[in-house]
Write a protein that binds this ligand. Sequence first.
Ligand code: HEM
Length: 493
Amino acid sequence: MSNIRPTAPVELDDIQGLLRFGYKHHSQACFLLLRVKDPAAARAWLASAPVTSAAPAEPPPATVLQIALSSNGLRALGVPAAVVEGFSSEFISGMGGDPSRSRRLGDVGANAPSQWAWGADDKLPHVLVLLYALPGHMNAWQNAVEAQCAAGFDTLARLQCSERGDHEPFGFLDGISQPLLDWSRDRPVRDAEQLHYTNLSCLGEFLLGYPNEYGGYTDRPLLSPQQDPQALLPRAEDLPDQADLGRNGSYLVLRQLEQDVQGFCQCLHAQAGGDLVRQEQLAAAMLGRTRDGQPLLPSTPASDLNAFDYSSDPRGTQCPLGAHIRRANPRNADLPAGAPGLLPWLARTLGFDAAALEQDRVPSTRFHRLLRRGRAYGQDGPPGPTDARPTGLHFICLGANIARQFEFVQGAWLNSPHFDGLQGENDPLLGNRAPGLGSGVVDSFSMPRAQGADQRLSGLPQFVTVRGGAYFFLPGIRALRYLAQLGDKGDTP
Ligand code: HEM
């Protein structure tokens, strides 16, 4: 696998647009969670639904529609079990379908699936329809799509998004850091060590059917040509005698995360003793950026808020080790930073370099990147006594491997009380503070200082509660049409 240099162009017209575009200018968004009511009618709609592709369009479309399917949805549509089994085990089992997964994700206590508004038991969504619209176009668009879906589906929930601009409900600028996808396929695909952090990711980290950062192809459902007699599906790049149901598709993770904005503001106020400057410093330390997005590493140019890594701050005296963005993307490479040359490299690799050992506690970042596509919901302005609507984030991320990407980041980094050698704390913004996760109380946040003992906040309440969640497959457009006709025929490949 290590020396493949595939040169085939990427089929943008087969990829759903969300992979390539955040649809930022489409400031109106609504996500429909549907359950199959009449499989034949549901399949008929999926076979011709006007899905927007990743191909460039000028001017951009006024409205956009994307479709993703859960494993229960595939079954409800009549997709044969043998085909469903080709997907990853976490997708098949679902986000809320296994107590050990729930524990790892922090979905216990108030976050437990049994408490969710949707995503568990009889409230498992089958199909997710993501609607985006330029300002003023959503109402008519949503009504039209819902009318089209009515024969085949019941609506489980309508996740309306707010139009609050670039700042998420706690008041931080969001959507700054995203991995850069190698659309032109220039990056050599090999599993060699990478000595420096880079933001450029192999396509196969986010799209099935392309080489990933290991230089291999992530497992996905591959079918025999007999299972695709009309050659509706692309052929697999690595195994050309197989039809690739995964190619140009991605897994989509959706979590409804309710944010206690007032609780967050009150906590900052209390911890800072009412000092407004201190309050903002604490907020920035918890996130790892100021409210306007400036990272806490002073050498970062204001013209590129993403041009930094943490190699100059190994102890976290500038950006705390446990800050949200440092946990979510530690920006390290395969080996700790150090002097160039063979001998220093050997010392780091063989564990003779004490500083490197210290820095080597966090696994390499390039295998755990997330493409975030979430939208805020609830109140449009700052928190106030007149607006008591539940507020939060419809968190969405895309990736080719749910376990290695979303679940790893959520479980081993954000929610872990042992991340990077820390003790008794998890993500200061999102952590589940419920006791009984195997490590006692996790309500602290430490901010190391250059001199003297760490500053440590304690008694942090939980600011974010999970209200729903599910795993979906965002298929390539040809794969979507294939799946729609597959159940139709009742084929048992
Ligand atoms: C209510 C929940 C959340 C809030 C309020 C929130 C807020 C933010 C903000 C303000 C940023 C900085 C802006 C940016 O770099 O784009 C950020 C970055 C990030 N967040 Fe979150 N986030 C939430 C949930 C999550 C979850 C559940 C994950 C993953 C499982 C996650 C992963 C990330 C990642 C990967 C980054 C980029 C880090 C970097 O590359 O520097 N976030 N988040």
